[in-house]
Design a protein. Structure first.
Length: 376
């Protein structure tokens, strides 16, 4: 495939170019994967109203998200192990985001460290924080994010217990692959060549920083033990004091939780079910978005992730109350398929789709998109 016209083209190319265990790591949900599938299908069921007889010669796709300017109402979600999908992946996505003009969020579980991303891009980005049992490590991450001049802290709320992904277990997912995975890697020479040449091969935010974590083996043990089921709203107050800057809460999927966040004076939340990778059987993010918007939309800025695959989906999310979306899997597809150039191509595709949708829906700017523009 030499011509890429949509996100699905990226996914197919990504599947061919990246080892199976890493493709399955990204393209999977927990347990029966019902939430994972619902995230996409619920978007597709929302109809967009077509309008005519409107001068659409000057369409503006730009907006603001959490205080940051954005060329389109979209940014990049925190996704772990981007540097395994494509060598130096976090830096490549961050550069593409900087050049296009959209926010980028670096995961705690990234391959490239926040310091490496900051040095390579010279631009502010958001840092996503996993709150683990080792609070000294959490405090250190926050201080490092300050030093790296991260402009917002994205706190993930829905990882106090891990949903099981059957594919990862069956693939024996590991940075040190078994014989079956090595044979599959041998069929991906381009990926293997780039990974052999890159200096970025470890989890830069964790190894050498977390207590007792000095190599990949100790990291795997640490990660399994550090998930904190005691995470509660008091921890958000502690994080806010340690950070002292803008906080975005990610993983809100219920009206009551959104109200609690609003009462704590949280200014931005991400309506997200972790891409269907946590609670199986939950509703889709896009179905919960308007309910949460009705409850707190006047007090809290809402963003959304999970299931976004097109510019039409960006329009739908905007219509139902989101200031913008965060792209996870679509970003992974593009990065794995074509590296930084692929991420740029993805952004251009989404902007073109969004502009066309806005025009045919009679909308000249993103601020004018509203609930009346769709039929849920």
């Amino acid at each position: 495939m030499t011509t890429v016209t949509c996100v699905e083209d990226m996914r197919q190319l990504y599947r061919r170019r990246v080892p199976r265990m890493f493709y399955d790591y990204a393209e999977s949900g927990s347990y029966t994967e019902s939430t994972f599938r619902r995230n996409e299908t619920d978007f597709q069921s929302i109809q967009i109203r077509q309008r005519v007889g409107i001068d659409i010669s000057d369409i503006d796709t730009s907006t603001r998200m959490a205080g940051a300017s954005a060329a389109i109402p979209a940014g990049f979600a925190p996704v772990g192990m981007l540097g395994i999908q494509n060598a130096g992946g976090e830096i490549k996505v961050a550069r593409a985001a900087r050049d296009f003009g959209v926010p980028f969020t670096l995961s705690t579980m990234s391959i490239c460290s926040m310091e490496q991303v900051a040095e390579a891009t010279g631009a502010p980005f958001w840092f996503q924080l996993y709150v683990v049992k080792d609070r000294e490590f959490v405090r250190d991450l926050i201080q490092r994010a300050k030093a790296a001049k991260c402009s917002a802290l994205v706190v993930t709320m829905d990882l106090s217990m891990l949903g099981q992904r059957h594919k990862d277990i069956k693939n024996q997912l590991s940075i040190r692959p078994n014989l079956r995975n090595l044979l599959n890697i041998a069929t991906k020479p381009g990926w293997a060549y780039e990974m052999a040449r890159t200096p970025y091969r470890s989890f830069g935010n964790v190894i050498g920083h977390a207590k007792g974590v000095d190599d990949l083996s100790s990291l795997l043990v640490w990660a399994a033990e550090m998930v904190d089921p005691a995470l509660d709203w008091k921890d958000i107050e502690w994080i806010r004091k340690e950070w002292g800057g803008p906080i975005i809460l990610k993983g809100i999927m219920d009206v009551e939780d959104a109200r609690i966040a609003a009462e704590l004076d949280i200014r931005t939340i991400v309506v997200s079910n972790h891409g269907g990778r946590q609670l199986d059987g939950a509703g889709s993010s896009i179905r919960w978005l308007p309910r949460i918007a009705d409850a707190v939309g006047e007090r809290v800025e809402l963003m959304l992730d999970s299931g976004v695959r097109s510019g039409m989906d960006i329009f739908r999310a905007r219509a139902l109350g989101a200031s913008g979306v965060l792209l996870g899997r679509a970003m992974v597809y593009a990065l794995g398929a074509q590296g930084q150039a692929g991420v740029t191509t993805l952004l251009n595709i989404l902007q073109k789709e969004l502009r066309t949708t806005m025009g045919l829906a009679g909308k000249l700017n993103t601020q004018s998109i509203g609930r009346d523009d769709v039929i849920p």
